[in-house]
Structures are given as structure tokens and as C-alpha cells.
Write a protein that binds this ligand. Structure first.
Ligand code: V47
Length: 353
């Protein structure tokens, strides 16, 4: 059976086969990914009404790609108080937002309670608000800094009301590339171990991949294969989120930024390789809204959400600092021929717009 027939028959493909998809005709590859998308989700494109909160940018780790952490290139350190975070949440809930996505840098000076108790305060006030918080990189930092096991930090997250984990900090799992771009941060094995432990407690999470920097195609495929392997064991990943590297204000010097063609091919291949992950998110923040709309025809069935305010990717050049207007967002999805379906944070459908 040739590769195309194999994919259409729903059979799993291996590393070499996935690599060879990069050589396939661009539109043929898109059509293959689209057929899987349509089989799984029809014309539905999911999004949610969410708000990102990034409470501190002071970081003990140094990632070359990061423009968010306070450093020589970004000398504006800040740490929000719990009162400030709660005020933001109050305003957010009043506007109808249903998820807060709380991710910080690795601040060694706040104490463990500052990281964890805010979730309890939010949950006590708003039991129905979904709290998506703490990347595996933060979990690893807190465990190391406060001498706790991953299991202990995870149990504290659960006790304090964290509902799901975001997919940040995965970057690229290949050890050599990872050492070059973010040495000293959570390792690939640890990242996967933390998510496995989270899934084993019956909870769900996402998984990202930062690409378009120094990595090669084979590193992306390797990254996807490691995700697929863990997902076979736990089934806990809701969505795969390829993050396109943003080039500004950071210490990675990339001569030739990735092309839209390569981004779309990578999305399509991810849709084909990750046969056991239900959702592929085109994160408009890093891909631009326009390319995210096109990605709907290359396997993507999720466009994240309205976001309201975003600090991590916008620090590196993304045009996401103020989120996107809900009506406009829905209109764009409709005009591109898809059906905007508002979802909750774990992909239950809320409303078809
Ligand atoms: O882990 C940092 C990335 C991530 C840059 O789980 C950069 O639903 C591009 O993980 N260029 C944080 N990316 C964001 C994240 C995320 C976003 C949306 C949804 C979800 C989810 C997760 O941002 C970091 C890092 O990989 N990042 N610097 C940069 N220069």
C-alpha cells in the first residue's frame, strides 16, 4: 500500500514515512490532513473565551528564545500581588470569560504559596471558572526550588484548584537542540513525566512544540513521536499546539525565519502523525490570524481563543498583546468557510456561533 492510501485507511505511520511527507506535493499533503480533520471534526473550528495572565516575568532560568523574562534585553521586572491578579480575574469574569490561563516565569523570590494559593483564591470566588495553570517547566522549577517531588507539587495544584495544565515548556524534545536553546530548564524526559503524572490523576493537559528556530524537520517529527507514545499510555492530551518561533528581542539569532509553507506542512504532518490526539490548535498568536485561518484547511480544528492580553509571545514580536475581538474572530472563521464552535477548556461544546 502506498503512503497516501495507508494514511487514508487510518493506519499509523512511522518516523521515515512522516519525514517523507515533507516532500509530498503541498496541496496533496494539505488535502490528506484535511480529510482527517473532516473525519474527526467536520467543518467545526473550536475556540474559547479565555484570558491569559502572566503574573511575573522574573526568571531563574535562561532560555535563548525567550523575550518575556526580565533580562538585559527586557529590563522591566514585575511581580503581581494576589490582589492584582484577583482584580484582573474579577474584570475578566465580569466580561464573560470562562477560562484563565495562568503562566509565569520561574521567580525564585516569591515563595511556593504565592504560586499556589492564588488558584484557591480564584476557585473560592469563582468555582465555575476553569483554571488552566502551571506549565511542566514551572512544576519542575517549583519542585527543585522547594525540594518537593513532582507528585507533591501536582497534588498541591489539585488541592488548590488547578483544573488543567497548559502545554508550555515542551519546546523541542531533542536533547541536543534543547540544550542549545534552553539548557538547565526541565528536560524532555521530565516534561513528559510531569504530564504523565498529571494524566494518571485523571486530569487533562495540552502539549506544545516551539519550531522555526534552529531545529530541523527530523526534530519536529521526533517531538511528535514522543508525544504519540505518551498519549498511547495515558490519553490525557487534549490538543497539540505548534508554536511558531517569534524572532524579536531574544538571544537566538535566526537568519532565515520559517516560511508559511513550512508552517502549514508541519501542521498537516502533525495532524497525520498524531492520530491519537483529538485536536490540533493553530495558535493565531504565533502564526498570525491569517495563517491560522488557512491552517484550518491543513488539519487545524482549533484557533485557541480571544486571549484578551498576552505577554510571552508578544514580547518576541507577536501581535497578540491585546487579544482579538470576539465578534471579529467569529466572523473570520465563518468567512473562511468553517463553523465557529465555542468550547470549554476540555473541549465540551458550549455554543455554535
Ligand atoms: O513555553 C516563548 C513559547 C510558550 C517564544 O496549552 C515562544 O493551551 C514563540 O505554551 N516565539 C508559552 N514562542 C505559551 C504556551 C501556550 C500558548 C497557548 C495555549 C497553550 C495551551 C499554551 O511560549 C513557551 C514557549 O514555548 N515561547 N518564547 C518565542 N520567541
Amino acid at each position: 500500500m502506498d503512503l497516501k492510501s495507508k494514511i487514508l485507511a487510518g493506519e499509523r505511520i512511522d518516523f521515515e514515512e512522516a519525514m517523507s511527507l515533507y516532500e509530498m506535493d503541498f496541496f496533496e499533503l494539505g488535502a490528506l490532513a484535511n480529510s482527517i480533520r473532516e473525519e474527526k471534526h467536520g467543518k467545526k473550528t473550536y475556540f474559547n473565551i479565555n484570558r491569559h495572565i502572566n503574573p511575573t516575568n522574573i526568571c531563574a532560568d535562561v532560555c535563548k528564545f525567550c523575550a518575556y523574562a526580565a533580562n538585559r534585553k527586557n529590563p522591566n521586572p514585575y511581580t503581581m500581588t494576589h490582589e492584582e491578579i484577583l482584580k484582573t480575574v474579577d474584570e475578566t469574569v465580569a466580561r464573560g470569560v470562562k477560562e484563565v490561563h495562568i503562566v509565569s516565569a520561574h521567580n525564585p523570590d516569591t515563595g511556593l504559596d504565592w504560586y499556589l494559593e492564588i488558584f484557591k483564591k480564584i476557585k473560592t470566588k469563582y468555582p465555575d471558572l476553569h483554571v488552566k495553570a502551571l506549565t511542566a517547566a514551572e512544576v519542575d522549577f517549583l519542585a527543585r526550588h522547594y525540594n518537593k517531588s513532582y507528585g507533591e507539587i501536582i497534588d498541591l495544584m489539585l488541592e488548590n484548584g488547578v483544573d488543567s495544565m497548559p502545554g508550555g515548556g515542551a519546546e523541542i524534545f531533542d536533547e541536543e537542540v534543547r540544550d542549545y536553546i534552553c539548557k538547565g530548564k526541565v528536560t524532555s524526559e521530565q516534561w513528559l513525566d510531569i504530564h504523565q503524572k498529571w494524566h494518571e490523576r485523571g486530569k487533562q493537559s495540552n502539549v506544545t512544540m516551539l519550531f522555526g528556530h534552529v531545529e530541523k524537520r527530523e526534530h519536529r517529527i521526533d517531538h511528535m513521536m514522543r508525544i504519540r507514545e505518551l498519549q498511547d499510555k495515558t490519553g490525557g492530551f487534549n490538543a497539540f499546539i505548534p508554536l511558531v518561533y517569534q524572532t524579536e528581542n531574544n538571544y537566538l539569532k535566526i537568519e532565515n525565519p520559517i516560511t508559511a509553507n513550512e508552517v502549514l506542512k508541519t501542521m498537516a504532518i502533525a495532524r497525520i502523525v498524531l492520530d491519537n490526539v483529538a485536536n490540533l490548535k493553530a495558535y493565531w498568536v504565533t502564526s498570525t490570524v491569517n495563517l491560522a485561518l488557512v491552517a484550518q484547511e491543513f488539519g487545524a480544528n482549533d484557533l485557541d481563543g480571544t486571549i484578551e492580553k498576552e505577554s510571552i509571545n508578544s514580547a518576541a514580536g507577536a501581535k497578540s498583546a491585546h487579544g482579538v475581538d470576539l465578534e471579529e474572530f467569529v466572523g473570520l472563521i465563518k468567512n473562511s468557510g468553517f463553523t465557529p464552535v465555542e468550547r470549554d477548556s476540555v473541549y465540551n461544546e458550549v455554543k455554535t456561533w
